[in-house]
Structure formats: C-alpha cells, structure tokens
Design a protein around this ligand. Structure first.
Ligand SMILES: NC(=O)c1ccc[n+]([C@@H]2O[C@H](COP(=O)([O-])OP(=O)(O)OC[C@H]3O[C@@H](n4cnc5c(N)ncnc54)[C@H](OP(=O)(O)O)[C@@H]3O)[C@@H](O)[C@H]2O)c1
Length: 283
C-alpha cells in the first residue's frame, strides 16, 4: 500500500481543522487513472465543504480531502492516458469525494484533459472548475456575436474566464446594463442588481445555485427565463479549454502558491477576498 501526504479534515468546522496528514493512495480501477498531483487549486466550494455548508450526494467519508482542481502527471495509466502524460482535471468532488489536496488522486479518465503545453502546473490547475463553469454558463446564455454581456464579478475565477471566453466569441462585455445577457457569479444582493441589468426579453444565468429559490426572486420576469448553472465534469470540454489556454485565449491567473501543508492558510486567504487569481497548493 502506498501512503501519500494530504491535507484533510476529520470533521466539519473551522479552518484550523484542515491539517496535513497521511492516507493510503487508492489504486485505480477500470476506467480510472492514478494522477501524481503537481498543483491543486483552491475554490470557494472547498471552503464550504470543510465548514459543512455543502450538499453531498452520498454520506461524507472522513478524513475528507478537499480539492476540485488538479494539474498532474499520469502515474498509473489507462487506455488513451499513458504514464507520464501531463493532465488537468476537475475532480468532481461532490460525486467522487476524491480531493486534489494530496500527492495523488485517482480519477475516471473521462474527467481528464491534456494539460496546456505552455503553462506551468500552477496556472494549469487554475483552469478546470472555473473554466468549465464559465464555459457552461456561456453555453446556457447562448449569446450570439455582437450581443452584450455583463458579468458581475469579472475579477474572480469564473467571472474572469467568462469574460475571456465571451470576448473571444465576439460577445461585447459591458460593465453596466441594460445588456442582452447577465452572468451572476456572486449571488445575494449582487445577483438581484445583476438581474435588473438584463434588458426585457434578455438572458440571465447564475452559478451561485444556493441563491436560487424556485418561484422566488428570479421567477421568470420581463420575458427573462433565469437559468441556474451547475458544473459537470467533462474531459472533452476541458480539453478545448486547454487548447484555448495554449492559444492565449484563456489566461488563468495565480495569486499565491503555497505548500500543501499550508492548506488552512490558503483557505484563510481565499476567505479574506480581494485576490486577483487563484490560490494554488503544491504537494
Ligand atoms: N454552479 C457551479 O457549478 C459553480 C462552479 C464553480 C463555482 N461556483 C460558485 O461561483 C462563485 C464564484 O466562484 P469563483 O471561483 O469565481 O470565486 P472567486 O475566484 O473567489 O471570485 C469571486 C469574485 O466575486 C467577487 N465578490 C464576491 N462577493 C462580492 C460582493 N458581495 N460584491 C462584489 N463582488 C464580490 C470577488 O471579489 P473580491 O474577492 O474582491 O471580494 C471575486 O472577484 C462561488 O460562489 C462559487 O461557489 C459555482
């Protein structure tokens, strides 16, 4: 049995619960690959899961290793994914409970995409979750070239990628309404303000589903059908994002790189806000 270093929590609660420890590596089954993690990104959902503000598909297994985003290298391969391939992946933590805050992670190969050849692991790890969410949200908004878009958190991870992808698709990004489409990445009062910026008959999507209450504030109004976007693991779409990163269209930003053992500090940094880029953990 191979033992790896991770950062994990033994119970839900304050950030101090997130501590370095060791765990066995899970051997890959059919259709899975073992990835040696070279960088893991920290996402708001990681904070929520450790605090216990999170909806799980299955009962939670402790110790719980957070981490939705990894860059790494295939250590035990599978068809199409030979040993040594540099990859990125969203770990689909809510399904798999397989966290990236670890030396190794075992994932279904359909979650994997080739890493962008021109990016270092830290920048590559910043792509999967936020990139897939932004791409899915823009697909839901379905704005044609020349249409206008407002993103209410354009400096965040999802918002930043949404702006880059929209502009590359010929959509005009504006700081205020009225616009053809709005993407809410903040929720709460900011979501209400963003909804008001959509022109009558326009489009509205939010990636903050906690805020979404069916029949609530965002019931269809003024000819606008609100959409709540939930990211799904999708290796093929992630491979396209990887290509766009290599083409310079997608430009991930990294604010801080910390050693894995400082995962709790990484969570504190993200919680404090004001970052312009991802916090990255290096095993
Ligand atoms: N639906 C899905 O599948 C899905 C997937 C991924 C993420 N998400 C959610 O999407 C949201 C954004 O994620 P992210 O990774 O982009 O987070 P992020 O990188 O931390 O970005 C959030 C952005 O929103 C800004 N912001 C937060 N609260 C604000 C407020 N009250 N007023 C103005 N600006 C505010 C932040 O600015 P400051 O830092 O300056 O405050 C930051 O620029 C999170 O809630 C996350 O859980 C959902």
């Amino acid at each position: 049995m191979t033992i790896m270093r991770v950062a994990a929590v033994d119970e839900f609660g304050p950030v101090e619960n997130l501590r370095p420890r060791t765990m066995p590596v899970r051997e890959p089954g059919p259709g899975e690959a073992l990835i040696r993690v070279t960088a893991a990104a920290v996402n708001p959902a990681d904070l929520g899961m450790c605090e216990g503000r999170y909806r799980w598909r299955e009962p939670v297994r402790f110790p719980l290793v957070p981490g939705y985003d990894v860059a790494g290298v295939v250590e035990v391969g599978a068809p199409g994914w030979p040993v040594g391939t540099a990859v990125i992946a969203a770990t689909a933590h809510s399904r798999t409970q397989a966290g990236g805050y670890a030396e190794y992670v075992t994932l279904p190969t359909e979650y994997l995409a080739p890493a962008p050849a021109g990016l270092d692991p830290a920048h590559a790890a910043a792509i999967p979750l936020a990139g897939l969410t932004a791409a899915r949200a823009l697909a839901a908004l379905n704005l044609a070239p020349g249409r206008t878009l407002l993103v209410n958190g354009p400096h965040g991870s999802v918002g930043g990628f949404a702006v880059q992808l929209a502009e590359a698709a010929g959509v005009e990004v504006r700081p205020s309404g009225p616009v053809d489409g709005v993407l809410d990445v903040i929720g709460g009062a900011a979501a209400v303000a963003a909804f008001a910026a959509v022109r009558d008959g326009g489009r509205y999507a939010t990636v903050v589903p906690e805020f979404w209450v069916a029949g609530g504030v965002f019931a269809p109004a003024r000819g606008i059908e609100p959409v709540s976007v939930l990211v799904e693991p999708d290796g093929l779409r992630l491979a396209e994002l990887s290509r766009l990163a290599d083409a310079g269209v997608l430009r991930p930003r990294v604010a801080r790189v910390l050693p894995l053992a400082e995962a709790a500090e990484a969570h504190r940094l993200l919680a404090a806000g004001g970052l312009r880029g991802k916090v990255i953990l290096k095993p």
